[in-house]
Design a protein around this ligand. Sequence first.
Ligand code: SAM
Length: 226
Amino acid sequence: MRIDIVTIFPTFFDVLGVSLLGRAREKGLLDVRVHDLRDWTHDRHRTVDDTPYGGGAGMVMKPEPWGEALDEILGEDAVLVVPTPSGEVFRQPLARELAQEKQLVFACGRYEGIDQRVIDHYAARGRVRLVSIGDYVLNGGEVAAMAMIEAITRLLPGFMGNPESLLEESHEDGLLEYPIYTKPAVWRGLEVPPVLLSGNHAAVAAWRREQSIERTRERRPDLLPD
Ligand code: SAM
């Protein structure tokens, strides 16, 4: 998979070189390219923003540098992902869908966001997804893009050492994950549930399923069918 990121803060993405993501890049599973939007400006101050038409607080990202950058970066089948608090909420099914794509291009907004015409222009010519990582407002799209990139790329075949660890995670089957434990069997007087030490795989599976449902009912009832 190829991932392009357009931002005015390229160093935000230095962390893409570490941990599993770094290893995936070394293995050739992932080709990540980070671009500085200011490379597509032509004035001495490398200006990317201007005041909003209609007035109001804050600045808006100008369409010209975005247009030049995206014309150069977007491949034929690419999906342009625009992080925005006014987009559809990013969930596991969308991560799975985007993990099937050949090229994702993340357009990281700053200030009050990107001039609407940039979105309209590319939506008329290709695939654009406006995506929010939750109902709160960040300063820029970089952290949102990072969160999405991590959720998407760990689903790529060959990314995880043990792909089975993906199967039982929260949100994979619509439920939250059951509680997990490791050694020692007793810590500060707290015992691991005896069923997990029983060696009875069917009983363990049944207990975990029950716990998943209970935890989801308690913490995220909105995920359960009515
Ligand atoms: N004026 C915008 C609004 O009210 O919808 C908020 C702009 S925000 C300060 C600047 C940038 O941060 C946005 O263009 C977007 O790229 C990013 N951003 C902020 N919150 C986000 C969220 N919840 N999900 C995804 N991106 C977000």
